[in-house]
Design a protein around this ligand. Structure first.
Ligand code: KG4
Ligand code: ZN
Length: 329
């Protein structure tokens, strides 16, 4: 079995996954969302301190599996450096005390594997990754062969939901709140323009849309519940339309058989419905993770670690560093 640890942002999570059949045997997550909500976003220093108490608490519950462990896996990149360190230090301490090898896991690759929890790995697959830190379209040929087809020039899809939520005086994370409000609106007088719609660039940009929302809020005399709902509706429609326009551009001249959508924001049902339409037109299969595995969790890290184990992706303790920046290497 492999014990996996995730602490790249504001979720402390530990899982135990069986190597032979990839079965998830234990999984627990303590989320800090409510604590960060009053600040309108994650406060890294506070998040790190919370991991330092939450991770040992969960580990205590996983003790019964210790005797059966073959490796410890840990998210070491990308993410907040101070929170990643909490998980990595715990993994190294466990590795030393239990005499087990370590598997450092890339968090983004972990999100891809959220599609395969309790399932076989299915590659090649194209992936739309939409999280708080990333917006990418990927072609994944295998564990080690990941090509980035498009990425964001500035903010990410999920982050733009968080910012809009903050501007409207809602909490964090903004995605689920903005999605809920959007259901009650119809756009009203708010018609935002789709970023880069006339640009041949295959890339994403969310900072301009965020600014459009900021100006709309500043120019609205009274922000009633209905106007908030209309702003959310229009923002969500345009944020998703931007993704769809660039997806269509990429796959105009490129084959697609399978599209997986992963990351915290892949829980957005409006986005899922648009992706379903796209896949129908392309005769491609759409793969989505169960909602509970969309946001950060150690189950996906553990599942990814099973493939890493089979491929022998172990690293010496002194080689494992925390790397806040993205990489699939
Ligand atoms: O993958 P994740 O848990 O953390 C990162 O790796 O970044 O993603 C969190 C992000 C947040 O920005 C959150 O607002 C967004 O996912 N999110 C959503 C929804 N649920 C979560 N965005 C849009 N609609 C949602 N329903
Ligand atoms: Zn994530």
């Amino acid at each position: 079995m492999i014990l996996s640890i995730e602490s790249s942002c504001d979720d402390s999570s530990i899982a135990v996954t069986r190597i032979e059949d990839k079965k998830l045997l234990f999984h627990k997550k303590i989320s800090q969302e409510l604590i960060h909500s009053k600040y309108g976003g994650v406060v890294p220093e506070l998040a790190a301190r919370l991991h330092a108490t939450a991770l040992p608490k969960i580990l205590e519950e996983a003790k019964e599996w210790f005797a059966s462990l073959k490796a410890i896996a840990v998210t070491n990149e990308p993410g907040l450096s101070v929170t990643l360190v909490e998980g990595v230090v715990m993994a190294k301490a466990l590795g030393v005390s239990l005499g087990l090898p370590l598997l450092p896991i890339n968090h983004l690759r972990g999100h891809i594997y959220s599609l395969f929890i309790e399932k076989d790995t299915l590659f090649p697959m194209d992936i739309l990754l939409v999280s708080g830190g990333h917006t990418q379209i990927l072609h994944v040929e295998s564990y080690s062969d990941v090509k980035i087809l498009a990425t964001t020039l500035d903010d990410s899809f999920g982050e733009s939901f968080d910012k809009v939520s903050k501007m409207l005086g809602f909490g964090y994370p903004g995605g689920p709140i903005v999605e809920k409000y959007a259901k009650k609106g119809d756009g009203g007088e708010y018609a935002f323009t789709v970023p880069l719609q006339n640009s041949p660039k295959i890339a994403f940009s969310y900072s301009g849309l965020k600014n459009q929302v900021r100006l709309a809020i500043e120019n609205t005399k009274e922000l009633s519940e209905q106007t908030k709902a209309d702003i959310c509706f229009s923002f969500q429609r345009v944020a998703v339309e931007h993704l769809m326009q660039k997806l269509k551009k990429i796959y105009k001249n490129r084959d697609i058989k399978r599209l997986g959508v992963v990351g915290g924001a892949s829980a957005n049902l409006y986005l899922r419905s648009k992706l379903e339409e796209f896949c129908k037109v392309k005769s491609a299969a759409l793969h989505v993770a169960p909602l509970k595995y969309c946001s950060d969790n150690a189950a996906m890290i553990g599942r990814c670690a099973v493939d890493a184990y089979d491929l022998g992706k172990f690293k010496r303790f002194d080689e494992i560093e925390v790397s806040p920046r993205s990489s699939y290497v």
